[in-house]
Design a protein around this ligand. Structure first.
Ligand SMILES: [Zn+2]
Length: 327
């Protein structure tokens, strides 16, 4: 656009605004409609073959940029500016859950953070209600791992199962690690709340928990994919039906803004940073090579899209309209 055209447009807008002003008239100083600041519940559905997956927004988490030990302040600021995000020492990430309805079974993969990590999470129940999903109808609660922002929501504050009729499915390596009284006692002070949260949330399910291993069928249509490193038993899930597949990859990425361009930037929460980096690289490679549709718990809500190579990697969110079915 050249300068003259800009000036013309400006003049046009000014004239339009003046007209609108006179048409609306003066007199009323306030809108009749109250300003609603709270967002509507996040629910978003896609079809994976005959399976319906509903992404539910639990909230968000602010991550200190110092949680990425390899991140340099200059590069963080460059990426924040390139993403039109606020600059500073935090980056914000979605906290997502995914409900999978196969027709025969209703499953939820992760359940958000409840209030374990503060008030920016815990919206999952409101999302389920808005989606018309009754927690009592959930057959299986599937955990990618037992960190509080994933498993916190499976129990209520008074220690009951939030999904009263569901069995918990989790990788045995994660269960054994987080539920161990010895590991809790030997943990560093900063890590202890993570053990307390995992144990508080999972205990209501302890009698019936199903501990799984790699490449296991969880229910027909969902298989486990080992993605170790972030936690000992961090696990993804391949949701497939007909020719469609959705790779629910849990916490392969915590900060999309930082870790797609820099897959070697681990987060301080990784129990094995080197393994987590290897796993992330493998997952990115697989997603790019197989043109896989991926779903991530910290990808920008609804957290569904593709990965491409571009100065490292880049996330391409799925376009809402391409995932709609005819009414
Ligand atoms: Zn997480």
């Amino acid at each position: 656009m050249d300068f003259r055209r800009r000036q013309l447009l400006k003049a046009g807008f000014a004239a339009g605004a003046a007209l609108a002003g006179s048409a609306l008239g003066a007199g009323r100083s306030e809108a009749a409609q109250p300003k609603a600041a709270r967002q509507v519940p996040g629910i978003y559905r896609i079809a994976v073959g005959d399976i319906i997956v509903t992404a539910i927004l639990d909230g968000y988490v602010n991550l200190g940029t110092n949680m990425f030990p390899d991140a340099t302040p200059d590069e963080v600021e460059r990426l924040q500016r390139a993403s039109f995000a606020p600059t500073g020492d935090t980056v914000r990430a979605s906290v997502n859950c995914f409900v999978v309805n196969t027709g025969d079974k209703l499953a939820i993969i992760d359940a958000g953070g409840r209030d374990f990590l503060g008030p920016t999470m815990g919206d999952m129940p409101r999302g389920l209600a808005a989606a018309g999903i009754d927690p009592a109808n959930v057959d299986v609660v599937i955990a990618t791992h037992m960190h509080p922002d994933h498993i916190g929501g499976i129990a209520t504050k008074n220690g009951a199962a939030a999904f009263a009729n569901a069995q918990l499915v989790v990788c045995g390596d994660d269960w054994d690690f987080w539920m161990s009284p010895d590991n809790l006692n030997n943990a560093a002070e900063v890590a202890k709340p993570f053990f307390h949260a995992a144990q508080a949330a999972a205990t209501p399910y302890a009698k019936t928990v199903r501990k799984i291993g790699p490449d296991e069928e969880v229910i027909p249509g969902i298989r486990s994919v080992p993605l170790p490193g972030h936690t000992p038993g961090h696990t993804g899930y391949m949701v497939s039906s007909g020719n469609d597949t959705l790779f629910v990859w849990g916490d392969i990425v915590h900060s999309p803004m930082l870790q797609f361009p820099h897959p070697n930037w681990s987060i301080a929460l990784d129990t094995s940073p080197q393994k987590a980096i290897m796993t992330r690289r493998k997952a990115f490679d697989m997603a790019v090579t197989d043109r896989l549709l991926v779903a991530g718990m910290h990808l920008p809500y609804p957290g569904i899209g593709h990965v491409v190579r571009s100065n490292g990697f880049r996330f391409v969110p799925a376009d809402w309209v391409y995932t709609l079915q005819a009414p």
